[in-house]
Ligand binder design. Sequence first.
Ligand code: ATP
Length: 225
Amino acid sequence: MVKRGAPASADALHPVGVFGGTFDPIHVGHLRLAEEMAEAIGLDCVLFVPAGQPPHRGAPRTEARHRLEMTRRAIAGNPRFAADDCEIHRAEPSYTVDTLTALRGRLGQARPLWLLLGGDAFLGLPGWHEWQRLFALAHIAVAERPGAAVLESDALPESLRAEITARQVADGSAAGPAGSVLLRRMTPLTISATAIREALARGRSVRYLLPDAVLDYIKENRLYT
Ligand code: ATP
């Protein structure tokens, strides 16, 4: 059974990362984002939260129980990572604001929470349900790709630019439990779950794009064929 992300340390002020995604399947791009942010911010724990029914896109191709199990296998062996099944047990769409509210209830009001996002996901933030409430619930750490700086993007909405201007911090030592935005370049890995699904459907190799344990699970369960 997956434990509902108990942070590794009992210290109530150690920061916790929250990384949501469809994870259909989880791949090395996701894992490096979490690892690099955990190191940069000094996160005590990163909770990987597979989406149940993501509100911002079509239904995932793969059942939630498989996406959760692939996530669990991908992070096995990393004591700082945990899988959290809270969204996949929800009948209604998985709004991040609800997930963070529930996490606040579990972790307390004082603990710094960091929502981890890729730059592409962050640019779409103003389309999210009650997006401005997110800043009251967590800090946001954005993994930028080289050549795709968020502040230089034509796709950056003015409302989001204003939030960055008011909230941007230079590193992960932000004060308080929530409310900062950290933009940080990560190692560029042009890997997407879409490309992995397409390669698998064509019978092409996806080895080294995701952990072997995830690939074994995909084969055992004949996913993406
Ligand atoms: P799909 O191709 O099905 O859209 P995906 O590979 O983009 O999937 P998601 O589960 O949608 O994966 O993404 C979860 C989070 O991971 C998002 O914040 C996204 O920006 C980020 N992300 C996905 N792939 C990468 C990557 N290669 N490098 C950095 N961040 C990534």
